[in-house]
Design a protein. Structure first.
Length: 112
């Protein structure tokens, strides 16, 4: 009997740890993606494929998204709901496409 109880308790503990780890992983994806997008923006500024106006617009959108994430986390005790994570992912997809479009548009880099 003790063996069964021990097995059930161990399984529950492992499941709880795995669930928490998965939630942390999803939270980490948002942060890693923000960092990658910031690097893409910086690279575009450095090589001249992003103009100052385009960069400013993208940075404003990024700041708005970051503010939304902070607000959502504050409302939920430091976590994001699955619905909020999905919405953030969609917004990051849109921002990523805009970064790509602005980096690959027909404007010529400024000549020094």
């Amino acid at each position: 009997m003790r063996r069964i109880v021990f097995t059930i308790m161990t399984g529950a503990l492992l499941f709880g740890t795995a669930t928490a780890s998965f939630a942390d992983e999803r939270e980490g994806k948002i942060q890693r993606r923000k960092e990658r997008q910031q690097k893409r923006i910086a690279n575009g500024v450095k090589n001249g494929t992003l103009q100052p106006g385009e960069t400013a617009k993208i940075e404003r959108q990024e700041a708005k998204l970051n503010k939304e994430i902070r607000s959502d986390r504050k409302e939920n005790g430091g976590n994001l709901t699955n619905k909020e994570k999905k919405q953030i992912n969609q917004q990051q997809n849109k921002l990523s496409k805009e970064i790509y479009k602005d980096k690959h548009n027909e404007t010529k880099p400024a000549q020094p």
